[in-house]
Write a protein that binds this ligand. Structure first.
Ligand SMILES: Nc1nc2c(ncn2[C@@H]2O[C@H](COP(=O)(O)OP(=O)(O)OP(=O)(O)O)[C@@H](O)[C@H]2O)c(=O)[nH]1
Ligand SMILES: [Mg+2]
Length: 315
């Protein structure tokens, strides 16, 4: 028996249990009309800021997530966390919470943490993650998505995040090399983690600031700030939080956030169709998409995919 995906209202009023059910529907009812309706309703009613927290393995992403979640909760904000789990590539399913290193009160209704499988490469954001974030964005004041990666996964996280927060580890040249080579998407905020390491951390901050001067932002007007923080002893977490708040304010000026989200939704539909049907399929979809007329991205992707599949199997 396949149950229908719940409505957004039911998820809103049903607490963590209802959200868990809806996330289960994302995993089992992909491509169904009722799920697309739920996701489009959610996409149309965004509530919170989505922060994409990324960086190489072990840089301190989860520890920083934990520190940010505590602060937000202390300020009365509700929080949803999606930890994209690359280890699930080996096991075939996300291992709930094992990498999340986040210790929250299970009784706290204002925080929800979910681990999800990565796509085919390290830290890549799957369609399921895109869907989960759209849903959680309608429910929580802050949604934080943790992905592992240096380089490509930053482009992925840009599909879902309002603000991309890149973590850099003191004394490791990797991410800096990527930045200098222009391989990575430019993050909105950079944090050098493990500030309690002292001199290497301070040096890393100066290096990052140097690397950032090599960039020219396409979306002018925002300068990527570099914070130095230790989630372990708590120093600098304030600076991270205020950089995130500054970026949120900047996005809200001139309706940049809405434009960014619209672009993300369009880009996601494009890449989802291309992933399934290739460039030829995408080109074909371009020719009939105007006739499809579905309003939300999830219904649109579904309609395009159905029509392409129908054409492929037509005798
Ligand atoms: N000294 C110091 N160590 C830290 C700090 N934050 C995290 N660590 C340590 O760094 C290691 C990795 O921390 P995580 O928060 O799990 O890092 P992560 O980036 O989430 O790791 P993955 O999810 O495995 O990629 C752990 O041993 C942490 O205790 C910090 O501020 N200072
Ligand atoms: Mg982690």
């Amino acid at each position: 028996m396949t149950r229908l995906a719940p409505t957004l209202e039911a998820v809103r009023s049903g607490g963590k249990r209802a959200l868990a059910d809806a996330l289960a529907a994302i995993e089992t009812r992909a491509g169904s009309a009722d799920l697309a309706a739920l996701l489009d309703a959610a996409a149309d009613a965004p509530r919170g800021q989505v922060i994409g927290l990324t960086g190489p393995p072990g840089v301190g992403k989860s520890t920083l997530t934990d520190a940010l979640v505590r602060r937000w909760r202390a300020a009365g904000l509700t929080v949803g966390v999606v930890a994209v789990d690359p280890s699930s590539l080996r096991t075939g399913g996300a291992l709930l919470g094992d990498r999340a290193r986040i210790s929250t009160d299970p009784e706290d209704r204002g925080v929800f943490i979910r681990s999800m499988a990565a796509r085919d490469r390290l830290g890549g954001v799957s369609d399921q993650t895109v869907a989960a974030v759209a849903l959680m964005r309608a429910l929580f004041d802050r949604v934080l998505v943790e992905t592992v990666g240096i380089g490509q996964s930053e482009a992925d996280i840009a599909f879902v995040a309002d603000t991309v927060l890149l973590c850099i580890q003191p004394g490791s040249g990797d991410s800096l090399q990527f930045m200098k080579a222009g391989v990575m998407e430019l993050p909105d905020v950079v944090v050098v983690t493990k500030a309690d390491m002292g001199a290497p951390a301070t040096r890393a901050k100066a290096d990052v600031e140097g690397a950032l001067t090599l960039y020219e932002r396409r979306d002018g007007g925002w300068t990527t700030p570099v914070a130095l923080a230790s989630a372990r002893d708590g120093t600098g977490v304030d600076a991270v939080e205020s950089a995130l708040a500054d970026h949120a304010r900047w996005l809200d000026g001139d309706a940049r956030r809405a434009a960014r989200r619209e672009r993300q939704a369009r880009d996601w539909v494009t890449q989802a169709i291309r992933a399934r049907f290739g460039s030829d399929g995408l080109a074909a979809a371009r020719r009939f998409e105007a006739a499809v007329g579905a309003a939300g991205p999830f219904a649109r992707e579904r309609a395009l995919a159905l029509e392409l599949a129908r054409r492929l199997t037509r005798d």
